[in-house]
Design a protein around this ligand. Structure first.
Ligand SMILES: Cc1ncc(COP(=O)(O)O)c(C=O)c1O
Length: 306
């Protein structure tokens, strides 16, 4: 039986339940994080990637919704370490903290007058996007929700309706993944990933002032491209028609990891194979998250079985 952290206690899964009337279920008033831990067989350990950074981002998301987290990001990281230890498993896992408006009232939309709930759970998680051959993407007919409607900078549960509509449409039309345009017709993100594109030696990614989530993987990949590949990453807008002419396009996210895109709207990107920059970044990333790169050990938290 899995153990969850729920309302300040470790409890068996069956005890971590909420009412169907919960505000966050009715109206999407919650914030969450998605964190991965990778199993390293030779060390018999799980390595959690950038644990505290996720809780710091969660605190920023929660601030927007007037949710107060029950502990500091350092303490929540400690609680997560204990939870992963209690649920230790010899496979890659996903860690999901969620903070939400917990009242069971109808019609109160003053966020400052609502109570907060909090939980963390873990589950096994393999690859999120297609494992081989690259992703076939399309440009969604759904627009990315704008920052002045529901801020995409925050990881708000309700805004994943936007993700779900785009992803559903893409899959129904035979694609693997959706790319979002914003209201200025710039391509800004995948359905739940940040976007990178390469032309020659130049790597570009939408800038932080656009309607994107500031991905932890985005930050990781930008660091690796600069420090390990010696290339510059330019943060700028990408137009719809420009995307087709890049040599490489890839998506990044905790779930999706580094996912090369081989076609957009049926137009082949580059050679249609996984490009050299994506390949190098993928190799670096997988070594780092599995605890095999000393230089970036500060990004991982080792957890061994009791
Ligand atoms: C909308 C959106 N953009 C980007 C990302 C990538 O963020 P991260 O790398 O922190 O997982 C995610 C993943 O959660 C996402 O949902």
């Amino acid at each position: 039986m899995a153990v969850l952290y729920f309302q300040n206690k470790f409890v068996p899964e069956e005890e971590a339940v909420v009412s169907v009337k919960t505000h966050a279920l009715q109206y999407g008033t919650g914030c969450f994080e998605g964190i991965r831990a990778y199993y390293n067989e030779s060390d018999n350990a799980l390595y959690v990637f950038r644990l505290e950074d996720h809780f710091k981002r969660m605190a920023d998301s929660c601030k927007i919704l007037f949710i107060t987290l029950p502990q500091t990001s350092t303490k929540l990281s400690e609680i997560t370490r204990e939870l992963v230890k209690q649920n230790f498993t010899k496979e890659d896992i996903y860690i999901r903290p969620v903070a939400y408006k917990a009242n069971t009232v109808v019609g109160n939309f003053n966020l400052q007058k609502l109570d907060d709930g909090f939980a963390i759970y873990t589950l096994p998680l393999g690859r999120y996007l297609k494992e081989s051959g690259g992703v076939k993407a399309n440009i969604s007919s759904w627009r990315r929700v704008s920052g002045n409607a529901i801020p995409p900078r925050a990881k708000i549960t309700g805004s994943y309706i936007n993700t779900a509509l785009a992803k559903t449409e893409s899959v129904m039309n035979g694609y693997d993944e959706a790319l979002f345009l914003d209201n200025e017709n710039h391509i800004i993100e995948g359905s739940a990933e940040n976007l990178f594109a390469v032309k020659g030696d130049t790597v570009v990614t939408p800038e932080m002032s656009e309607d994107i989530l500031l991905g932890i993987t985005r930050d990781t990949v930008m660091t690796l491209i600069k420090q390990e590949l010696g290339l510059t990453v330019i943060e700028r807008s990408i137009d719809r028609s420009e995307i087709y002419s890049f040599d490489e396009v890839f998506l990044t996210g905790t779930g999706a990891e580094i996912a090369p895109v081989v076609s957009v709207d049926g137009r082949t990107i580059g050679t249609g194979e996984v490009g050299p920059i994506a390949q190098k970044v993928m190799k670096l990333y997988y070594d780092i998250v599995h605890g095999k790169n000393e230089k970036y050990k500060h990004w991982i938290t080792k957890i061994v079985q009791n």
